[in-house]
Ligand binder design. Structure first.
Ligand SMILES: Cc1ncc(COP(=O)(O)O)c(C=O)c1O
Length: 391
């Protein structure tokens, strides 16, 4: 009998990150697995959402986004990223960065074409490339500083390459791609006619003076880049599901069609409130980054103290760690042990690699949590005996 499920759906697993959240809930642990804040979102944005609901912004918005939000996105992309865009023709508002990414890839990639992905990668990019029928090609980010090898990157490009997915600041490594690195990638995109799809959702979470560069701002790349972003991380609103893709009018026309038939649109009242978020006072972003730097320093210190190898992030809100030197050989068993017996949920390294063995000695912690939550996690972790007994 023919199977009822598609072959496509058998080629990827459920999200390990979201699975760890469910396991954490079961064991009533501290969730340092899935990247969402446990502190409240800014009051003025929540009030704007309430006003929008009471003001009856409750029916479908224009499929590609309510005008006020597209205008606010264009203004912000102008002052922060240095690129002037037309809100009428170059923005598609979607259900989070998640839908923006899959809609964009489906809009540009044909089955059999190749998509380059830096590895380790945010786990959604694997299924995204499969769902759009492409062959992913991985280029390694080498620890400890997560640099890529120029030759390896150049070898990944060929006539079948359609897109390259970039995520800066990067989840899970915390790498912030330098302007020089982005220029190298841009040169290859221009040479091979490849679209850069760049996920910049952590663009404001930067540490120790690191700066964010948008691929679309590099010479010649404006029309060959799709910039993905959302309100999830910058404004601590992961549950609202409002994100967007910025691209040239021709690419946008294609993205809008896919988006329309995938979801029709993002929640209308929350789009109205998102416009208020994007227009908040610019001091907000400094405070946001400062708060995260304090949390990073605290958690990194605790992990180092108990013997983890810590790759201190320059941006985003994750800490990638390695525990191979402590005798850990199975990241999944280790992460399950941590959540069941210690009460701290993490993400096993394998969920960021195409081959599980590449992440076998790694686990990722996230820190978008109240300091008291991180302190609670620290107390639990300090009681933990590592497999080798080393501590
Ligand atoms: C790199 C990256 N992109 C996208 C997302 C999901 O974004 P959204 O909530 O806007 O769909 C995440 C969430 O963790 C992420 O880390």
């Amino acid at each position: 009998m023919k199977p009822f499920f598609s072959e496509r759906a058998t080629r990827f697993t459920e999200s390990v990150i979201r699975e760890m959240t469910r396991v954490c809930l079961k064991h009533q642990g501290v969730n340092l697995a899935q990247g969402f804040p446990d502190f409240p979102a800014p009051a003025e944005i929540k009030e704007a959402a309430t006003r929008a609901i009471l003001g009856d912004f409750n029916q479908y918005a224009i499929t590609w986004g309510t005008p006020v939000l597209r205008q606010a996105i264009a203004e912000k992309f102008g002052w922060y990223n240095g690129v002037t865009i037309d809100p009428e023709t170059e923005i598609t508002v979607c259900c989070g960065a998640t839908e923006s990414m899959i809609a964009s890839l489906m809009a540009i990639v044909n089955p059999g074409e190749e998509v380059i992905v830096f590895e380790p990668f945010y786990e959604n990019y694997g299924p995204d490339t499969i769902l759009c029928g492409s062959h992913p090609r991985f280029v390694t980010l080498h620890e400890p500083d997560w640099r890529f090898d120029e030759q390896e990157l150049a070898r990944a490009f060929n006539n079948k390459t359609k897109a390259i997915v970039i995520n800066t600041p990067n989840n899970p490594t915390g790498k912030v791609f330098s302007r020089e690195e982005l220029q190298l990638i841009a040169n290859l995109c221009l040479k091979w006619g490849v679209v850069a799809v760049t996920d910049e959702i952590y663009e404001h979470i930067l540490f120790n003076g690191a700066t964010h560069t948008s691929m679309a701002s590099l010479p010649g790349m404006r029309d060959q880049t799709i910039t993905i972003n959302s309100i999830s991380k910058t404004y601590s609103l992961t549950g609202w599901r409002v994100g967007w893709a910025i691209a040239s009018p021709r690419l946008t026309a294609s993205i809008r069609k896919v988006h329309d038939f995938l979801t029709v649109g993002a929640p209308h009242p929350l789009q109205e409130a998102a416009a208020v978020a994007l227009r908040m006072d610019r001091t907000y972003y400094k405070t946001l980054a400062g708060g995260y730097q304090e949390r990073r320093d605290f958690l990194a210190g605790v992990l180092q103290e108990i013997g983890f190898r810590v790759y201190s992030p320059h941006g985003a809100y994750y800490i990638m760690t390695d525990v191979g030197h402590l005798g850990v050989t199975d990241d999944m068993a280790f992460a399950l042990d941590l959540v069941k017996n210690v009460g701290v949920a993490t993400v096993p390294g394998r969920s960021f690699y195409s081959h599980p063995s590449s992440g076998a000695t790694k686990v990722r912690f996230c820190f978008p949590k109240r300091m008291e939550t991180l302190k609670q996690a620290a107390e639990k972790l300090k009681k933990f005996t590592l497999p080798s007994g080393k501590r």
